[in-house]
Design a protein around this ligand. Structure first.
Ligand code: PLP
Length: 387
């Protein structure tokens, strides 16, 4: 009997494909493209971490680990989070090693949401947030941020978004795609509202290591917030380990136990060689992280200055490896700008509109490319904008 219906779930059918993919696909078929589109480091993982993974394979460590991850790695994560961000967790009850920060976001949402629960999502934001909330049965209530306010969540806007159904706030600092970093005072103002409304915060701090001007403040480090935070971090960005697919989530025991239930059925555990690599990255890779950070800072300063000189207003972002210049002066929508720039000058950027409210009128450019590539991209963008 021929298939006469779609077997795809309605919730999945309704999902829009990622707007970033469309530009990757367009760029993939073109010659000489400079891509400022991808959100991943151009550095290779430090050698000591790669070697540790190789060694683990040579020694035959090819089985599953504990569901929550190698205890030794969890212990190292605990001291890392304590030393760098001043939050203390228990390695046996409050940490899960995940398949990237991506899986940690999924776990957090599925562990806390009942159908209809609302999550405040601050936009522009990472493209997976809204779909992750929805796939977990929740409702994403989006709050926009604006260039005039350095793309920082405004306490008043947060208050307006909260209803009796709000369960959580999903917060990302430093931010993808704007690079905006919330300082301690910004976070304290948010924490007061979180406490008043008895919310939980899912804090995506995957870019914590890439904070250039002031140190990163972890939301969980604020007074009273550790018990209200699911802290997400990982190795992809700061440690240049995107392909290893390794992240982690820290939370109070009850929440960790809930996430672990899902993780043990859905994933079993994260990849074993990747866990050995991450263990070594934490033990000996911090100087490499510092070196990469220095390089990113230099590139950030160059690209921000260049865009402003060209006539594209561009804020100096505090962290991550993205700039988010305004393209309003060109009269194009962000989608038109990205498409024409790709066709005419073979430079790939991502239209701000794909990141949600507040993104239209901007494009995201990643500066995780070599200085030479960035210089050539700037030349081409200058030609495109000022033709
Ligand atoms: N969170 C944010 C804000 C991101 O930008 C990304 C990747 O771009 C992720 C999470 C996913 O990271 P991972 O590669 O660890 O899954």
């Amino acid at each position: 009997m021929p298939v006469t219906k779609s077997y795809v779930a309605k919730s999945v059918e309704a999902m829009r494909p990622s707007g970033i993919r469309k530009f990757f696909d367009l760029a993939a078929g073109m010659e000489g493209v400079i891509s400022l589109g991808v959100g991943e480091p151009d550095f290779v993982t430090s050698w000591s971490a790669r070697e540790a993974a190789i060694l683990s394979l040579e020694r035959g460590f090819t089985s599953y680990t504990a569901n929550a991850g190698l205890l030794e790695l969890r212990e190292e994560i605990v001291s890392y989070i304590h030393n760098r961000f001043d939050v203390t967790y228990d390695a046996t009850e409050e940490v899960i090693v995940t398949v990237g920060a991506s899986q940690a976001i999924d776990l957090a949402m599925r562990a806390i949401l009942d159908p209809g629960d609302e999550v405040v999502v601050v936009e522009p934001c990472f493209v997976s947030y809204v779909p992750m909330v929805e796939l977990a049965g929740g409702k994403a209530v989006t709050v926009g941020t604006r260039g005039e306010e350095q793309f920082k969540l405004q306490p008043e806007a947060l208050k307006e978004a909260i209803t009796s159904k709000t369960k959580a706030l999903l917060l990302c600092s430093p931010n993808n795609p704007t690079g905006a970093q919330l300082d301690k005072e910004d976070l304290k103002a948010i924490a007061a509202i979180v406490e008043e409304h008895d919310l939980i915060v899912v804090a995506d701090e995957i870019y914590a290591e890439l904070a250039y001007d002031i140190p990163h403040t972890s939301f969980a480090s604020l007074d009273g917030m550790r018990e209200r935070t699911i802290l997400i971090n990982g190795f992809s960005k700061g440690f240049a380990m995107t392909g290893w697919r390794l992240g982690f989530v820290c939370a109070p025991p009850e929440l960790t136990a809930a996430m672990l239930k899902i993780h043990q059925y859905a994933m079993m555990c994260a990849s074993t060689p990747a866990q050995y690599a991450a263990l070594e990255a934490l033990k000996s890779g911090m100087s490499d992280v510092e070196e990469m950070k220095k390089d990113y800072r230099r590139r950030r300063n160059y690209i921000v200055q260049s865009f402003n000189e060209i006539g594209l207003d561009c804020l100096m972002p505090g962290g991550a490896f993205y700039v988010f210049p305004s393209i309003q002066s060109t009269g194009y929508t962000s989608d038109q700008f990205a498409e024409l720039l790709l066709k005419e000058e073979q430079v790939a950027v991502v239209p701000g509109s794909v990141f949600g409210k507040g993104g239209e009128g901007f494009v995201r450019c990643s500066y995780a490319s070599s200085m030479e590539q960035l210089q050539e991209a700037v030349r081409r963008i200058d030609r495109f904008v000022n033709k």
